[in-house]
Design a binder for this molecule. Sequence first.
Ligand code: SF4
Length: 358
Amino acid sequence: MAYNYEAIVPFLLDWFDYNARILAWRENPKPYYVWVSEIMLQQTRVEAVKGYFDRFITALPDINALAEAEEDRLLKLWEGLGYYNRVRNLQKAAQVVVYEYKGELPPDYEKLLQLPGIGFYTAGAIASIAFQIPVPAVDGNVLRVMKRIAGSFDDITKENIKKELWKDILQVIPRDRPGDFNQSLMELGATVCIPNGRPLCEQCPVMHLCKAFHNDTMLLIPVKPAKKERRREERTILLFEYQDKYAIRKRAAKGLLAGLWELPGFEKKLNVQELMKLLNEWGVTADTVTSLGEAKHIFSHVEWHMIGYHVIITDAIRELTQKEEFVWANRQEISQKYSIPNAFSAFTAEIKEYKVKF
Ligand code: SF4
């Protein structure tokens, strides 16, 4: 029999009143702020998002500014958060909002759902937190918390299970505090009923109502099928330097890290001899070649296992630039203008010494 969540509502609201973390987008839950924060929080922890959020809102204070921002500036503001499609969709949606809703997010759950990059969870979060519309906001955190409370072994990756939970929450969501209720679930999932390792049940306001706690099944719930193994790719990354400038190039418009700037490289790991041979074939004379060591970067479906070299070159710059479509940028330009994703951070750290200004 389905669990009746009604009893947990007052305990969660009371707990939230005293335990909610102070966050800029909570202190001032303007629809735009809630929206930007929710998009940033997908795949990224609250602590990491705080700085990015402040910087983003300072640079682009409203939806009109977001809609009009140049792509490179937008990507630079997102640099480090990853999953860049999120910010591209954010801008596409902002353009629709400017065009169709005069620059203000519509206070309507169904209309929010129509906007690019806004799914059930984000529409529910914006509608409930910014507009006090009583709709659920069900994400992985909420699924974990609710399935533990219910002691349920349902597979939470199944769409019908998500929809059922959405409907169950809709039955009990308090009409006077829908945003606080949704946030109390998110907050409990982030700080108490945590995903990896043992949840902190002794601090939980609904421990006495939680079936997983009573049955000691907290670590068995939520149930998810085993993930497919990630594809492993080997790469060589080259930090080409010529007269205090570094070679970068734009990635293809589609696929992984689409349209972002990268350090040039090859899809295999080269040792020094192989690298020297290749430079020779290109007609490039290297003044020095220094190893930058190895690094790994994990994407959702693929892992990059990389080796890096710092290659200071003295000639053949024109040929190289034409052949490989390089842009040569100095440290300041790389820090302030070009967005190079985190995947390359092991090899860009030493050239990103300028503080970013917008
Ligand atoms: Fe999660 Fe433990 Fe609270 Fe149950 S009692 S909701 S398992 S923290």
